[in-house]
Design a protein around this ligand. Structure first.
Ligand SMILES: C[S@@+](CC[C@H](N)C(=O)[O-])C[C@H]1O[C@@H](n2cnc3c(N)ncnc32)[C@H](O)[C@@H]1O
Length: 622
């Protein structure tokens, strides 16, 4: 099948890469072809992996779906029962077409519509088949797979009689030999391999939106790399596939509402590409790109390196035939066109802080991540608490963890900077010194006494106390004494694992100990993102569970924060705020009014908290 950017020629190179990285050894793996085009890559692996395909063009997703879900032509049992012959025999018999039959293709893409994509005779057959397929499906004579198989076959056969050089951006003035042939419906070209996946997934969406919703093992990313929009190049196929009689315009009758891709736009492509790399939730990534793509290959590699696990990036190039329709400004300046395959591994697991912390954002890291802007220079976790958010941000130039409470700041700073085994060692020393064991009140109270009596506070002791305390709370009495009773758990494997894994996904970072209003936000550049996770005023007022770590969060502080955020917004900086709009019937009116006034975006986080469900949101100004 002639299709721009088709990767049939590099299938062996992709396979070799997959073998080298032992991805074929992953048990029951999911392979996603996220810009599937005609599905050649996904189809090649349909006998090895569970397959996911996606393309924003419906015609491409239909063709891919037909190919990944079939190893041979379906039987069409019901159809054969009804008509006594296969649909191919039926459709290729012109006697079945009623006299004077016409349709959208006949009226618009032939000389009847002052266009010469198809001869009128061929267009009538195409129209007839297309409409009949919908009837057969709604009458349950074709099941979903049979319908898609025939629609894919129709699209492929249509390409075979089109009076074009391959795309539909122009037609020839004279009839090419291929266009003069009588249209024949042929089964779509397939490789006869078994289909491994029982539930292959098919999507027809913008990839950047899709990757926010799905996960898997191997993602193959083959975006367009020139300014040629597939929505324009294949508009006739899209109109046939959708069969929606759209409003069309111009010499070639392009759909007025086409799904244009940002990957074909010079001004947008870098942002969408980085956004995709940030958001794709697959462990193994393979990207196809070219040295003549809109993003210079070196820049793409630099971006990839920000998100890749260290030392996993593998860059290979394969010589590749030049795409003939490149216009002259895009043609290589003496460089042969090279197709690159770039492999890297991503750390998709969410890290958890070793410090249990009231109000921790563990459960909503996913939502925070899907709402990040494409590019982040410095991520400022302005009220960082146990660092759960900042630790999971990848691809930023730098993370700043800022926490006002000195004891939290010092505990967290040591957890980040000190060697994990050294930390574990000092915890074990304290445990041994006091003979701590989960639920043992006496030893716990001795440690508590010892911590409270020290004039120079030993934060390692405070951390160990938090591990053994009731619900891992950190709470102090009026005089500053730690006063939480003993709990049921202690230092265990889980904590050890968290300590050893506690390295920020972004390599450069700093730990600050300031109040949020002391941060000089405007010293940062405009690609920075400021994240705020204050105690929630309505939950704390009602249930007193918001005075976390003894920060007194008052209406005055809340006003101060909202004013600061308004300033940040006015000056053209980006922020994201976690908060609660409603809690047990109480609403945070001040917050709601402020959001409305500025028309900020609100992302629903949902109802969280078991005992007192909260309506939690993320507010962002971008
Ligand atoms: C280079 S082609 C893929 C070729 C394919 N690997 C093959 O061998 O046939 C790129 C595909 O990306 C699709 N596409 C472009 N922008 C997209 C987007 N934002 N989301 C999903 N698909 C997109 C185009 O419709 C096109 O089919």
């Amino acid at each position: 099948m002639r299709y721009i950017g088709n990767k049939t020629r590099i299938l062996e190179s992709i396979e070799e890469l997959i073998k080298d990285k032992e991805l074929d050894q992953i048990e029951n793996a999911n392979f996603a072809d996220l810009f599937s085009g005609t599905g050649s890559v996904a189809e090649f692996f349909k006998d090895k992996f569970n397959i996911t395909i996606n393309d924003s063009q419906y015609n491409a997703s239909v063709i891919s779906q037909a190919r990944i879900n079939n190893s041979e032509t379906p039987e069409f049992k019901k159809f054969v029962n009804e008509y006594g012959k296969s649909p191919f025999t039926y459709f290729n018999d012109s006697n079945n077409i009623p006299e004077g039959y016409t349709g959208f293709v006949s009226e618009n893409f032939t000389t009847n519509g002052k266009r010469k994509f198809f001869t009128l005779d061929n267009a009538i057959i195409i129209d007839f088949i297309r409409n009949k397929l919908d009837d057969l499906k709604s009458n349950n004579i074709l099941d979903d797979n049979e319908y898609i198989f025939l629609l894919g076959s129709l699209l492929e056969s249509t390409m075979g009689v089109s009076n074009t050089s391959g795309t539909y951006e122009a037609f020839f003035e004279d009839w090419e030999a291929r266009a003069k042939k009588v249209f024949k419906l042929e089964p779509i070209t397939l490789t006869e391999k078994d289909v491994y996946g029982k539930n292959n997934r098919v999507f027809n969406e913008d990839t950047n939106e899709l990757v926010r919703k799905i996960t898997g093992d191997i993602a193959y990313i083959d975006p367009p790399y020139t300014v040629t929009q597939y929505a324009s190049a294949y508009h006739v196929l899209e109109t046939i596939a959708l069969n929606d009689s759209p409003e069309i315009r111009g010499k070639t009758g392009r759909r007025v509402n086409r799904r244009m891709s940002d990957y074909n736009k010079k001004t947008k492509v870098k942002d969408v590409f980085e956004d995709l790399i940030r958001q794709v939730n697959f462990e193994h990534i393979i990207i196809s790109y070219s040295n003549q793509g809109l993003v210079p290959i070196e820049e793409l590699i630099d971006t990839i390196k920000k998100y890749a696990i260290e030392n996993t990036v593998d860059i290979r190039y394969v010589n590749y035939r030049e795409y003939r329709n490149l216009n002259s400004s895009q043609k290589s300046k003496g460089n042969p066109l090279q197709e690159f395959l770039i492999y890297f591994k991503k750390d998709t697991k969410i890290k958890k802080s070793p410090l249990n912390y009231a109000g921790s954002k563990n459960d909503i890291i996913d939502i925070i991540k899907t709402n990040l802007p494409s590019k982040i220079s410095t991520f400022v976790d302005s009220m960082a608490g146990a660092y759960n958010v900042g630790i999971n941000i990848d691809g930023a130039d730098k993370i700043i963890f800022n926490e006002k409470q000195p004891f939290v700041h010092y505990i967290m700073q040591s957890l980040l900077y000190k060697d994990g085994y050294q930390i574990i060692n000092s915890i074990e020393n304290i445990i041994n010194e006091f003979s701590l064991s989960p639920g043992d009140k006496e030893s716990y109270l001795q440690l508590r006494q010892s911590y409270n009596d020290d004039i120079n506070k030993d934060y390692a002791k405070l951390y160990v106390l938090s591990l053994y305390s009731f619900q891992h709370m950190i709470r102090f009495n009026q005089k500053g004494g730690y006063n939480v009773p003993v709990g049921n758990s202690g230092f265990n494997e889980n904590v050890v694992e968290r300590i050893l894994n506690f390295t920020p996904k972004t390599k450069k970072f700093d730990c600050w100990n300031k109040s949020f209003e002391e941060i000089n936000y405007f010293d940062f550049d405009k690609d920075s993102l400021f994240y705020f996770d204050p105690p929630y005023i309505i939950t704390s007022a009602a249930y007193n569970d918001g005075n976390r770590m003894n920060v007194q969060w008052t209406p005055k502080m809340e006003t101060l924060l909202l004013n600061k955020l308004s300033k940040i917004h006015e000056k053209g900086y980006k922020f994201m705020l976690s908060n609660v709009i409603e809690h047990k019937g109480e609403t945070n009116k001040k917050l709601i009014d402020w959001i409305k006034k500025h028309n900020f975006n609100v992302v629903e986080v949902g109802k969280t908290g078991r005992r007192f469900p909260r309506h939690e949101v993320l507010v962002k100004n971008y």
